[in-house]
Design a protein around this ligand. Sequence first.
Ligand code: SF4
Length: 340
Amino acid sequence: MSENILVIQTAFLGDLILTTPLFREIKRRFPGSKMTVIVNKGTESVLEANPWIDQIIPLDKKQIKSSFFGFWNFCKELRKHNFTICISPHFSFRSSIISFLSGAKRRIGYKTAGFSFLLNERKPRLLRGPHEVDKLLSLIYSEEERKNISRQPELFWKSESVSGIQSEMKKNGLEKGNYILVSPSSVWETKRLPADKFKTVSKLLHEKTGLKIVLTGGKGDSKLCEEVGEDFGINFAGKTSLPEMSYLMSGAALLVTNDSSPIHFASAFNIPTLAAFGATIPAFGYTPLASRVFISEINGLNCRPCGIHGGRVCPKKHFRCMLEQDTDRMVEEGIRLIKG
Ligand code: SF4
């Protein structure tokens, strides 16, 4: 019998991108299966044209948090799909409840998930050490089985979804390999390299390589991108959909960013990546997977890491993990990454 599989991944955008190798491997592990994926509403377009996924269900978290009946009705609708397996890479207690109420007989997730007693196949998950993609693949493969499995995320787009960015790029003289993408934002403030440092690095990279600088981010990052790229940058913040971001990333010569989701877009296209890590550390498993990578960080700072995601403000008030970042070294490494 072919399996009818539900995957629950309602975490942040970066986590969803890192789950794409798992989507592929689920289809390999369970040939002939049908796969439905629940994602956070607003992130679904990053999975458009993904050949492994049969159906995407966007979940409006705000709505289900505000109304018990909304949540109940959502789960009631899910039951009608007759899922046989539910895989939950997301470890909130709500995901475990959805998994249970989905009616799937096999419910796979992490031991450390909230309400994990509602799952019946619980896998260990190390906080530090393995890359996040390895942790995700451990839901369906043993360590031995995943040895030769590619960890590279996969992103796709429909041609009609990228025609807008194609004409914007043409207008701005952007062609494959002639620009550096700079994404200076992050959801968490302590994961952000200060704007003046981004500006120094971007300007020097622009002057030393002759490559154009393109700034990206969400709508709320437009001012920050303006500040970073003032006088020399092309500000695309808030102007790209998720498929357009994938398309733009696929042609970049280099990505300069923080420990944030653009890293995982770059990994999907093997784009050289220069990333500044502050409150978080590479051992958490969210490092770039491109073949040319440099992580700029302050080693030996005993307050690092100070949170799994980083926080809003530096609990020690000095913010040394970012303020002491060496911009000269970042520029030097950026040029090395571009040259290959
Ligand atoms: S406590 Fe340390 S690691 Fe955390 S934000 Fe401050 S300087 Fe960075």
